[in-house]
Design a protein around this ligand. Sequence first.
Ligand SMILES: CC(C)(COP(=O)(O)OP(=O)(O)OC[C@H]1O[C@@H](n2cnc3c(N)ncnc32)[C@H](O)[C@@H]1OP(=O)(O)O)[C@@H](O)C(=O)NCCC(=O)NCCS
Length: 239
Amino acid sequence: MLLDRLQRPFRGVRIVHKSPSPDDPDSVSVQIIPYRRLDDHEVQRVLAQVADNDSIGRGRIVTSALASSEQTAFRAAGFVDREALHLLRHSLNDIPVQSGTPVRTRAGRRTDLSSVLTIDRASFDRFWALDRDAFTAAKKATPTHRYRIALVDGTIAGYAITGRAAQSSFLQRLGVAPEHRGKGIGSQLVIDAMNWAKADGASSMLVNTQTSNENALRLYESLGFALSAEKLMVLQWNQ
Ligand SMILES: CC(C)(COP(=O)(O)OP(=O)(O)OC[C@H]1O[C@@H](n2cnc3c(N)ncnc32)[C@H](O)[C@@H]1OP(=O)(O)O)[C@@H](O)C(=O)NCCC(=O)NCCS
């Protein structure tokens, strides 16, 4: 997924322009990422800006994953459901202990990026896969973050990005190369993320995952994450 351009029309929202696939009418050309609840007027301002733009082509205009209180103004403007996401939470008072032999981990480096993005593309479908800019944006989404790499025989086998803002931490991204799954690497990266977040001042960790992603859901639940009753929703403009 190419990310052509970032725009910040006003404080609290980011617009990401992507390259829609010409043969997929459901591919995305614009993603609206609000960092706070937008009102009706603000959603109209954003829409006026993106709907005016020739680069949209035939692709869809979608939002990032929104909590229900954040959806109201978008629904009023004609947005409808595109994809539901589970939201899971873990208290950092009871972090599980790593079982099995841990693999080597270290801080992610700039030179790791192309290997990490290869794992990312193998791990997520086109809508969710990150490119370089989106990867950087995921790291910068919170005041502090941890970017960790897992290595098997010197090769990058997995990665995790975790952020913290105030008392909350967020597992932003987690991927393990298909050939290295089922060996405990995902669990190790999540436990590492929890220990870092607690030491960095967080009291809980949140993660969201596609409702269809059974592997991730099983992993998080086996580590003690609790499913929240509320689902997040990616909305799509019904133009
Ligand atoms: C979800 C994901 C990160 C899990 O990574 P993983 O490294 O396979 O996770 P783990 O190995 O720790 O755990 C997976 C399973 O392997 C088992 N396992 C753990 N250690 C093991 C070991 N040493 N030997 C054999 N199996 C093991 C776990 O019990 C778990 O089994 P379960 O699914 O029956 O509960 C990986 O499948 C992935 O990258 N998926 C695509 C991207 C994605 O979904 N990311 C998360 C989105 S929010």
